[in-house]
Design a protein around this ligand. Structure first.
Ligand code: NIG
Ligand code: FE
Length: 420
């Protein structure tokens, strides 16, 4: 049976209507509708307009959005959602100034989360991740990408990937799953790196056969995986039909972006240390520069040169990088506010970077990332006067309501249950 919804009296509705990847100056182009309305039919947007007149009786649901602004549901295209435990025991070292890679070298960091993830049961991981996902939904996130990477051995990686699959099947947030088997070198392989790379390549075959992931990622960084090791893994992943995403140029620049571009990766992520030559190539490509400013914030690091990147014509996305080490926060709205304040991106660019561009990187931009007729009805209603206010008034949750695939899943900042 057809279900129809009218969202009326929206103060201002904002959406990109550009064709992705949305690069450079086009990132600032946002359509603005005052006194707007949206008509939903089942899971899709049927009509978008201004000054609604006509009978409201024909709708199954009428939502009065008076005093609210509307934007597309937020898309967070880089998270490490599933992990065991937490790392507050390393926080004292971190604030005393011990570098991130030094904590990893001492067997902490990613490796300590690997230990906790190995020990955790499927149900423990599921419940912990579900709690985070519920938080994300309250912040208006309706689609995420989420990675494995805290197993570093096939059984635990599969445990993470299947937790993600079950969450995707049962939670309103859509999850696009990435296999990050090469997130760190496990202790047992310290004297035989090539054996680990060989193992990952072997495991990829199984991951593909079982349909456990859509994308493959590698952490290309000094002391983690080299550009050549990254290339070796990603070539195999590409041959198997995976989309590619790469953690690169976070702390040092060792060639990961060039490898990613050679292989036509969907995203390169972090990029605080990106070199000029790579910037030029990236601007000419269809690879999205996925910036993670809350990681710079939490690690007290440099921020990626977003202004320069936009001036050079790159297509940017902003993601949370939610994880237990470098970004232990599900507050994606805060990430966007940091993008304003620290990356100096304007609110229009930020909206593009949190909707249509990440949708492109996840291969879903034909039906998500815009408020447009025929698109999936993923809509965020914010208690904010305008888009600038949403980015400027930082640290709080502006969400009033969230529609996911045409269903009201959050209202008055409270989760409406049983929606998937
Ligand atoms: O994207 N940089 C590598 N991986 C994660 C951090 C993971 C962790 O510290 O647990 C990141 O920041
Ligand atoms: Fe990450």
């Amino acid at each position: 049976m057809t279900k129809t919804v009218l969202i009326k009296n929206i103060e201002i509705c904002y959406t990109s209507n550009e064709n992705p990847p949305v690069k450079g100056a086009r990132m600032s182009k946002i359509d603005v509708f005052h006194n707007a309305y949206l008509i939903l039919e089942n899971d899709k947007i049927k009509e978008i307009g201004t000054n609604f007149i006509g009978s409201e009786n024909r709708f199954d649901v009428v939502y009065n959005a008076s005093g609210l602004i509307a934007i597309p549901g937020l898309i967070d295209s880089h998270t490490h959602l599933v992990f065991g435990g937490s790392r507050e025991h390393e926080f004292a070292q971190k604030i005393a100034g011990v570098p991130y890679l030094e904590i990893l070298k001492r067997g902490g960091g990613i490796l300590s989360t690997v230990e906790m993830t190995k020990k955790a049961s499927f149900d423990e991981l599921f419940l912990q991740a579900k709690k985070s996902l519920d938080e994300m939904l309250l912040f208006g996130v309706t689609t995420i990408e989420a990675k494995s990477g805290y197993g570093l051995s096939l059984d635990t990686e599969i445990k993470q990937l299947t937790v993600l699959k079950k969450l995707n099947d049962t939670h309103p947030i859509d999850i696009h799953i990435t296999y990050l088997g090469a997130h760190a070198l496990p202790k047992e392989f310290h004297n035989d790196r090539s054996a680990f790379i060989k193992q990952i390549k072997q495991d990829l075959i199984m991951i593909q056969k079982e349909g456990l992931a859509e994308f493959v990622d590698v952490f290309c960084e000094t002391g983690v995986f080299s550009a050549e090791e990254t290339r070796e893994i990603l070539i195999q992943a590409k041959e198997l039909g995976f989309g590619l995403r790469v953690h690169t140029d976070e702390i040092e620049s060792i060639g990961g972006t060039a490898v990613a571009l050679d292989l036509n990766a969907k995203t390169v992520d972090h990029l605080m240390a990106l070199k000029e030559v790579d910037m030029i190539r990236l601007a000419q490509s269809n690879t999205i520069a996925n910036l993670l400013p809350s990681t710079s914030f939490f690690l007290n690091k440099e921020y990626a040169p977003a202004r320069k990147m936009i001036e050079m014509g790159m297509a940017l996305a902003i993601s949370s990088d939610y994880n237990p080490g470098s970004t232990p926060s599900e507050n994606f709205q805060l990430t966007l506010q940091i993008a304003g304040n620290k990356l100096r991106m304007n609110p229009q660019e930020i909206l593009t970077a949190a909707t249509i561009n990440p949708a492109y990187s996840l291969n879903i931009s034909d039906h998500l990332g815009k408020l447009a007729v025929g698109y999936q009805a993923d809509i965020l209603l914010l208690e904010a006067k305008n888009l600038d206010y949403f980015i400027y008034h930082y640290g709080i949750n502006h969400t009033k309501a969230v529609f996911k695939s045409g269903e009201l899943v959050v209202d008055n900042r409270i989760r409406v249950e049983d929606s998937k």
